[in-house]
Design a protein around this ligand. Sequence first.
Ligand SMILES: NC(=O)c1ccc[n+]([C@@H]2O[C@H](COP(=O)([O-])OP(=O)(O)OC[C@H]3O[C@@H](n4cnc5c(N)ncnc54)[C@H](OP(=O)(O)O)[C@@H]3O)[C@@H](O)[C@H]2O)c1
Length: 344
Amino acid sequence: MNDVNRQWLLNGRPDESNPVVIEDHFRFNEAKRPAVTAGTFLVRTLYLSIDPAMQGWMRQLADYMPAMKIGDVMLGRGVGRVVESEQAEYAVGDLVYGVFGWQDYFLSDGRDRNGVAVGKAPKKVAPASVLGALGTTGMTAYFGLFDLGRPVPGDTVLISGAAGAVGSLVGQLAAFAGCRTIGIAGGGKKCDWVVKELGFDACIDYQSEKVVDRVAALAPDGINVFFDNVGGSVLEAGLANLAMNARVVLCGGIAGYTKIIPGPANYMQLVMKRARMEGFIVLDYMPRFPEGMARMSQWLAQGRLKETLDVADGFEKAPKALIGLFSGANLGKQLVRIGDDPAA
Ligand SMILES: NC(=O)c1ccc[n+]([C@@H]2O[C@H](COP(=O)([O-])OP(=O)(O)OC[C@H]3O[C@@H](n4cnc5c(N)ncnc54)[C@H](OP(=O)(O)O)[C@@H]3O)[C@@H](O)[C@H]2O)c1
């Protein structure tokens, strides 16, 4: 075990006038590995989860995350191995997950940095999947689609951010539910991948095609469920093509994270189509995570669900990996591998 605890500290933040995350917002630091005391245990983080929402955490816009001061260890979810323990409930070798921050080691009294009980992953699960299909990413796809989208066989489901972590799973789950799936993604390569590898029925390249017209052509009877990760003009294009009684799931609005975008001008479509538009935060579903994890594990084990992990190797890569989300550098779930698994 190393005596040094590498950390990325918050060195600055994006704000309303400069919302773009840059490398200068982070400062590398080497601290001492924390010592375990009675009632605590030490986690060696293996993978960091890289999420668009982190931009909002840096700006202190998320009420479900603690405030971060300049100089604090960057907040972030991770999965790791318990390497020392003086706590009866967590044994050396346990695979655990939670908000450990961007650092090698996290000392816990049973809670993570968000005050939530550190989660224990089921035995025999691949560590990276704990942040992918079986983690908050997978749970976002699962509960967002099934609880809010409520797809029924024969529905047409539109998914923006279709080549990303959440979207790539949502399209597959919608197909399992007997739906026709149309993705929206950036670039021809990503669209090809979404159709050929993930089995979406169609994919619209928002960078080169007029989304509103393409949705109309691909879904002449309208969209029954729109799972939106993007917002802005993409949201408007979906609203313009709703079927009667459609459900619009507001998962995220990444187009508005780095620049100010107006709200949807055509929201009256919701009235005309007797439709429902609803946002959610996946953490509210935590009591039901075991249900979602069980279903997702089953689909993974059957080889029906494809989990795509985009892994940057090396602790130093974390800031660039986060910045890359906003230019679409990732395919599937962005992770950073920061350590070898002592149990491997
Ligand atoms: N509600 C919740 O509880 C919850 C939980 C998790 C995530 N989310 C939200 O869900 C969304 C997806 O998250 P994720 O983790 O799956 O990230 P992700 O989709 O893997 O990564 C972000 C993707 O967004 C796309 N993008 C970036 N800037 C864009 C823009 N201006 N316009 C259109 N697309 C853009 C890029 O794909 P392209 O190359 O296709 O542009 C990029 O790959 C985010 O908005 C996130 O905040 C919400």
